[in-house]
Design a protein around this ligand. Structure first.
Ligand SMILES: N[C@@H](CCC(=O)N[C@@H](CS)C(=O)NCC(=O)O)C(=O)O
Length: 210
C-alpha cells in the first residue's frame, strides 16, 4: 500500500475531513503536525509543500496533493473504489454542491468567524467581536439551509451510506454546536439536527474529533 502522510493541525476541520475518510477506508497513515497558529504553516518548508500555507497537505509516496476536495476524491478513488462518493450522477452532484457550499459560504462564517470568535479568542484571553459574529449568523444560516434542502439527512447526508459530504460537515458541526449561535443557524434545519444527533455518536468521529 502507498505511504500516506497527512500534514496539518489535528484540530483543523479540513484535516479532520481527510482523517475521517482515511479512518473509513481503514488506511494506515502518518499525521505530521503543522501548526496553523504559530506560523509553522507559513514557513518556507511548509510553503514548498502547499503554496497557500493551508492544511491539510497529503503526501502519497513522495507526491504532494493539496486542497481537501482533491485529496478526498483521490483517496476515495484509489483506496476505496469510490465507496464514499455516490455513484448516481445527481447524488454525486449533490455531494460536490455541499462541498462547494461549505468551502465558499459556510466555512468563513461558521468557523473563521463564529467559532474563532466564540471559542478561540476567549481562550486566548480576548473578547469576542459581537459585530463580526452578528454579521456571520445570517450567511451561515443560509448555507446550512441550502445544505438542508439538498440532503436526505437520514441517516447520512446523501442517504444510507456515510460519505465525503458527511466528513466535510461533521467537523464543522463539532465546533459550531459548542457556540450559542448553533440554535439560530440550525433553527430551520431539522434534517441536519437529526443527522447531527446520529453522526456525533460515531466511533470514527469520537476518535478523530474527540
Ligand atoms: N481550500 C483549502 C482550505 C483549507 C483551510 O482553510 N484550512 C485551514 C484550517 S481548517 C487553514 O489552513 N488555516 C490556516 C490559515 O488560513 O492560515 C482546502 O480545501 O484544503
Amino acid at each position: 500500500m502507498a505511504k500516506l502522510t497527512v500534514y496539518g493541525t489535528p484540530i483543523s476541520t479540513y484535516v479532520r475531513t481527510t482523517r475521517l475518510l482515511l479512518e473509513g477506508i481503514g488506511a494506515d497513515y502518518d499525521l505530521k503536525s503543522v501548526d496553523i497558529f504559530n506560523g509553522e504553516s507559513q514557513s518556507a518548508e511548509y510553503l514548498a509543500k502547499n503554496p497557500f500555507g493551508k492544511v491539510p497537505t497529503l503526501e502519497v509516496d513522495g507526491t504532494l496533493l493539496y486542497e481537501t476536495n482533491a485529496i478526498v476524491e483521490y483517496l476515495d478513488a484509489t483506496l476505496a473504489d469510490r465507496k464514499f462518493s455516490p455513484s448516481e450522477p445527481l447524488a454525486q452532484a449533490r455531494m460536490r454542491q455541499i462541498i462547494s457550499i461549505i468551502d465558499s459560504y459556510l466555512y468563513a462564517n461558521a468557523i473563521s468567524t463564529i467559532v474563532i470568535q466564540r471559542l478561540i479568542v476567549p481562550n486566548q484571553g480576548g473578547k469576542p467581536d459581537e459585530a463580526l459574529i452578528a454579521n456571520a449568523v445570517a450567511p451561515a444560516k443560509t448555507a446550512l439551509e441550502a445544505i438542508e434542502s439538498l440532503t436526505v439527512g437520514s441517516p447520512y447526508l446523501l442517504g444510507s451510506d456515510v460519505g465525503i459530504a458527511d466528513f466535510y460537515l461533521i467537523p464543522i458541526f463539532i465546533y459550531l454546536s459548542k457556540t450559542p449561535e448553533f440554535e439560530a443557524v440550525t433553527a430551520q434545519t431539522p434534517k441536519l439536527r437529526t443527522w447531527w444527533d446520529g453522526v456525533s455518536q460515531r466511533p470514527d468521529v469520537k476518535k478523530v474529533c474527540g
